[in-house]
Design a protein around this ligand. Structure first.
Ligand code: THG
Length: 367
């Protein structure tokens, strides 16, 4: 295929100089910002991520900041997850839904204080929806996109690398919690989270100027740990069942269809914009849902468009993410299947660009 042309509109990040020097071979565009997708090869990057430690420029996970007396009220309007128990220092994975109960985004919410949140967004223009609500409801809250760029440190040696830079206290951060750590005189939020199942941290880098100094300090500290530049890895995230907004789900899907029902408390999330719509559809239950699907045969090509799933002549769903897994010796994939055909063990045929492939619905992801 031809290349995608670069321009100022496809925003650089505070770490772009480091990413380029490290030899990124391909990028995608996410929230109008560059996100590297490949360094050595998807398989080599995968093996390294599962064995060592990587530093990821995930600046494209932009923050929507809510600040002011109505910040908590606005935050609860956005999501069917009950936020009453959320404390400063916690991160919550939160489905964001519109008035029909359709998914607008699946971000990580970060509670900085009682009147201040960051919403660390997936790839959709959530800022516009949130500003619209804040203004339409005349809420006393500031909504903007601050100069904050997440840098992820992921992999089995992430604790060791981070401890060298920030001290042993980073080891005490619990999953989906954050604490403040100093770097070059700045206080940065460091959370135990990230878009992989290998463990690790996300540093919310506030102030683009310290981006490259921090990047360089991580690589200097981790030479003997074989630290490398990396990025969210397609194979690893499918194995782990981490969903990708825009690929695996859109605003046509409810959180329940996405398998995110465990992050919804629709009955008690009073104030959520999509609450009534979700209560209506919850009565019936979803008629389609995300499922892990193993696709047999040789490695499949990248899933650039949804691949229809069939049982006989009947279309029963679609596959939206797929990759060859060296560790599981099969093609791992994520699909959306109709309830008549979503049971584990169901045999399907997937229409790939290389023809029909037999496939089997699994009972869980590959973790
Ligand atoms: N970190 C931060 N921001 C993000 C992402 C991230 N924004 C974009 C994108 N990723 C949002 N999507 C997800 C998807 C999955 C998870 C986080 C963000 C995730 N899920 C855990 C899981 O499924 O195992 C569990 C979450 C939980 O138990 O609460 O981590 O990665 N800052």
């Amino acid at each position: 295929m031809a290349q995608i042309s670069l321009s100022h509109r496809l925003r650089r990040t505070p770490f772009s100089d480091g990413v380029e020097a490290a030899g990124a071979k391909a990028y995608t565009v996410y929230n109008r910002m560059r996100l590297p997708t490949l360094f050595e090869s998807v398989e080599a990057d995968y093996r390294h991520l599962k064995s060592h430690v990587q530093v990821w420029d995930v600046s494209c996970e932009r923050q929507v900041e809510l600040r002011g007396p109505d910040a908590a009220r606005l935050m609860q309007m956005l999501t069917p997850r009950d936020l009453r128990g959320m404390l400063p220092g916690q991160c919550y994975y939160v489905p964001i839904v519109d008035e029909t109960g359709g998914m607008l985004n699946d971000p990580v919410a970060v509670k900085l204080s009682e009147d201040r949140y960051w919403i660390s967004i997936a790839d959709s223009d959530l800022l516009l929806w949130v500003k619209g609500l804040a203004n339409g409801y005349r809420l006393d809250v500031l909504v903007d996109e601050p100069d904050v760029s997440p840098l992820a440190v992921q992999g089995p040696k992430a604790d060791d690398l981070m401890a060298r830079l920030f001290g042993d206290r980073v080891r005490d951060i619990r999953f989906f919690r954050f604490d403040m750590f100093e770097f070059e005189g700045r206080d940065l939020a460091v959370a135990r989270s990230g878009y992989s199942k290998q463990g690790g941290f996300e540093i919310y880098v506030e102030g683009g100027e310290i981006g490259m100094p921090l990047w360089n300090a991580l690589f200097a500290a981790g030479e003997d740990l074989q630290v490398r530049a990396g990025c969210p890895n397609l194979i690893e995230r499918i194995e782990g069942g981490l969903l990708s907004y825009g690929n695996d789900m859109t605003d046509d899907n409810t959180p329940h269809e996405c398998g995110l029902g465990r992050f919804c408390n629709t009955h008690t999330a009073i104030g959520c914009i999509g609450r009534d719509a979700l209560l209506r559809v919850a009565k019936e239950g979803p008629v389609q849902q995300i499922r892990p699907i193993a696709i047999e045969g040789d490695p499949v090509p990248p899933c650039e468009r949804a691949w229809p799933a069939y049982v006989g002549d009947k279309r029963v769903g679609q596959v939206t993410s797929a990759a060859w897994s060296p560790d599981f010796d099969t093609n791992v994939s994520i699909g959306m299947l109709h309830l008549s055909h979503w049971d584990p063990g169901t045999a399907l045929e997937i229409e790939t660009p290389q023809g029909m492939r037999p496939a089997i619905v699994r009972d869980r992801f590959w973790i």
